[in-house]
Design a protein around this ligand. Structure first.
Ligand SMILES: NC(=O)c1ccc[n+]([C@@H]2O[C@H](COP(=O)([O-])OP(=O)(O)OC[C@H]3O[C@@H](n4cnc5c(N)ncnc54)[C@H](OP(=O)(O)O)[C@@H]3O)[C@@H](O)[C@H]2O)c1
Length: 433
């Protein structure tokens, strides 16, 4: 009879407890699926949790207890880079397979860890590290293996999507929507990582490396979070036929990889515009298949455990691959060379001639105007009453719009900061050069 796959688990928190539950409760089903038993033999974590049924596995507070010949695969669910990195590194060096949900670790040290796994001939499963329960790593690795991936774009941070959805659907401001997300447990007490786009950038870097066969380069991702999105912008975007989403976009270009994370106006006709709440979704364009959309819960104990355990089943079957070395040395381009339409909100002093000045600046930078909204009733009173002018531009290069916005800000008729949000025309982007 085939030997069981012996699992050592590090971390008994939200995801770890759910993994234990699946491994213990669904033992027989998973054995059938994997072609052999998947036995949880050891658990190591900081705190013993008497309420969790470990199904006979031993418990230790020492993470070193997993470094033993009776463990075939170490599942790392601690988080962070320090101890988690040591656990993963030790396991790989000892010739043990690893499964992890830790995007921060992969974003920081993934290249080194994948290279070590490759050298040692062990698998490194990371399905759970991106977009929680969505099997996007598997899709890119297997289902889309016949394709040259041209572009991918997605909502990969559930917290930001929850906040933007609450702002759009309930008219809450950013602070109110964030507080609601925190009350519901969708946002951490310190939400920086999510709302500033760092978490999304890490996930995008991991996906881009897989899609384009490059190394992981988080530093090469342009990052902008959602904290500056105003509920008023969401309203105007809606009038113009768009929803504002926080997107991660990666595209293969001739000269390298464009990778960026920022709020974007998404046409309401696009499926991504309809992805609401904490859901995640990733759109992938392959040269053979065209556009595909992968959607599901991006976080939570059980959805994430679903991805972790799927990696274990693959490992039991012998189909979880040993990482291959990166095949392409493509430079990260960040935002350089990006050309797209823009949404601009310009605070214009309520006096004749300001719109003409604005139009003149845009025209000198060869920026065409697609749509304008200016409502006298939107006037803000004060020493110098002003009114927002909303402009939707045609496609314009990043460098050009930056200079134009700086010039607009210097006009005497403009009384404050100009809001600028990129438009993601996904259909064009997926088909574009
Ligand atoms: N939660 C999600 O929805 C989700 C989704 C996708 C990916 N992930 C990733 O999954 C991983 C785990 O997340 P989580 O939400 O389950 O985190 P968590 O609830 O904080 O659990 C972490 C567990 O590790 C233990 N731990 C932390 N540091 C330790 C150390 N130095 N030595 C021993 N044990 C230690 C903790 O002990 P205590 O019990 O004493 O705190 C806790 O049991 C992270 O990499 C996270 O990014 C999570």
């Amino acid at each position: 009879m085939t030997k069981p796959l012996r699992v050592g688990l590090a971390g008994l928190g939200t995801v770890g407890a759910s993994v234990v539950r699946l491994l213990v409760q669904d033992r027989e089903l998973l054995a059938r699926r994997g072609g052999r038993a998947i036995d949880l033999v050891r658990v190591a974590s900081r705190t013993f949790k008497p309420d969790i049924d470990l199904g006979g596995a031993s418990f230790d507070t020492d993470l070193g207890s997993l470094d033993t010949p009776d463990v075939d695969v170490v599942v790392e669910l601690i988080g962070g880079e320090g101890d988690a990195g040591d656990v993963v590194e030790t396991a790989i060096a000892a010739g043990r397979h690893v499964v992890t949900a830790n995007k921060a670790l992969l974003a920081g040290r993934g290249n080194e860890l994948f290279a070590a796994a490759c050298r040692n001939g062990v698998a490194l499963g990371y399905e759970a590290s991106v977009a929680g329960g969505i099997p996007i790593v598997n899709a890119l690795h297997k289902g889309l293996a016949a394709n040259r991936i041209e572009a991918l774009a997605g909502i990969v941070n559930g917290t930001s999507n929850y906040i933007l959805t609450a702002m759009e659907e309930d008219g809450q401001d950013f602070a109110g929507a964030l507080a609601a997300a925190q009350r519901l447990g969708y946002a951490e007490p310190d939400p920086t990582f999510d709302v500033e786009g760092i978490d999304a950038a890490q996930k995008l870097a991991i996906l881009a490396a897989l899609a384009f066969g490059t190394g992981i380069d988080v530093a090469g991702v342009y990052v902008e979070g959602i904290a500056n999105v105003d509920v008023e912008d969401i309203g105007y975007a809606r009038e113009l036929g768009f929803s504002i989403k926080h997107l991660g976009i990666a595209r293969r270009r001739e000269d390298g990889i464009e990778a960026r994370v920022h709020p974007a106006l998404v046409p309401e006709s696009e499926l991504l515009a309809k992805v609401s709440g904490v859901m995640n979704a990733v759109m992938v364009h392959g040269d053979a298949v065209g556009a595909t959309l992968h959607m599901g819960p991006g976080a939570g104990g059980m959805p994430t455990a679903s991805a972790v355990v799927a990696d274990l089943v693959e490992l039991a079957r012998g189909t979880l691959p040993v990482p291959a070395p990166a095949t392409a040395e493509l430079p990260s381009l960040g935002l350089a060379g990006v050309v797209c339409p823009h949404y601009l909100k310009i605070p214009a002093i309520d006096q004749p001639g300001v719109f003409a000045e604005v139009a003149d600046v845009l025209s000198r930078h060869r920026i065409s105007i697609e749509a304008v909204i200016q409502r006298p009733q939107a006037i803000r009173s004060g020493e110098a009453p002003w009114v927002p002018i909303i402009i939707l531009t045609d496609e314009v290069a990043e460098t050009e719009v930056e200079v134009a916005v700086a010039e607009l800000g210097n006009l005497s008729g403009v009384s404050g900061a100009i809001a600028r949000i990129r438009v993601a025309d996904l259909s064009a982007m997926m088909l574009g050069p």
